[in-house]
Design a protein around this ligand. Structure first.
Ligand SMILES: CC(C)(COP(=O)(O)OP(=O)(O)OC[C@H]1O[C@@H](n2cnc3c(N)ncnc32)[C@H](O)[C@@H]1OP(=O)(O)O)[C@@H](O)C(=O)NCCC(=O)NCCS
Length: 191
């Protein structure tokens, strides 16, 4: 797990209290990536407010970390109540780490989380000219029913199984272990 990610990066879920790291990551996006992430121009203030809601109920954010810094994220947000079967997903990877497979890994984790939460329909808004996001979604075509002639993709994740629940639990445990390892390396790094 994670061995193919660039710069020895790791992927794990963000914890409560890491919304500042999410905010800083979103603010670091270059202009074009920011525009694509939010399907339009957004101010810093909107990003700050948006990131603050990431620890809310029904939101799962997977993060891609390099040297303890959040460089990519996939946000899964259930629409309405926690029991809603519909959700939206959005992706953001800082420019130097784009096109290295991070988005593929993040989408796979997001689909697994959606599946284990009983999500029936997962929407990903994306600008019509965003070829890379469309290519990324097409890699999961078996699980998708979408029409990319338009700008929205609809995913229909298969139902959860004991195995899919176990896969997410294993990934979570791996995420905790790698975060502890990362913290220790930073604490004991020679000054
Ligand atoms: C869109 C985004 C999430 C994709 O993630 P990524 O890590 O760059 O993509 P990956 O490296 O996993 O590549 C996924 C697929 O896209 C295609 N792709 C990769 N780089 C590409 C490029 N420069 N141009 C066109 N297609 C490209 C490939 O088909 C690739 O799959 P493959 O390598 O197996 O052939 C990321 O680039 C990003 O955050 N962009 C800015 C914000 C954004 O557009 N968000 C999406 C809207 S929510």
């Amino acid at each position: 797990m994670n061995e193919l990610l660039p710069d020895g990066g790791t992927i794990r879920k963000l914890w409560i209290g890491e919304t500042d790291a999410y905010r800083d990551h979103l603010l670091r996006l270059d202009g074009e990536s920011r525009y694509r992430r939010f399907s339009g121009a957004v101010s810093d203030e909107i990003i700050v407010r948006h990131a603050a809601t990431a620890s809310g109920v029904g939101v799962v954010v997977h993060g891609f970390f390099v040297d303890g810094v959040l460089r990519g994220a996939a946000e899964l947000r259930q629409n309405g109540s926690l029991f809603s079967r519909e959700a939206e997903a959005a992706f953001s990877i800082e420019q130097p780490w784009q096109s290295h497979g991070v988005g593929t890994e993040l989408l796979e984790r997001t689909l697994l989380s959606a599946r284990n939460r009983g999500i029936k329909s997962l929407r990903m808004d994306c600008l019509a000219e965003n070829r890379r996001m469309q290519q990324l979604a097409r890699k999961f075509e078996a699980e998708f029913s979408f029409d990319f002639g338009s700008v929205t993709g609809e995913v229909d994740p298969p139902r959860s199984t004991p195995l899919s629940l176990m896969r997410e639990a294993i990934a979570d445990n791996y995420g905790i272990a790698s975060a502890i390892f990362e913290l220790q390396s930073r604490l004991f790094r020679p000054a």
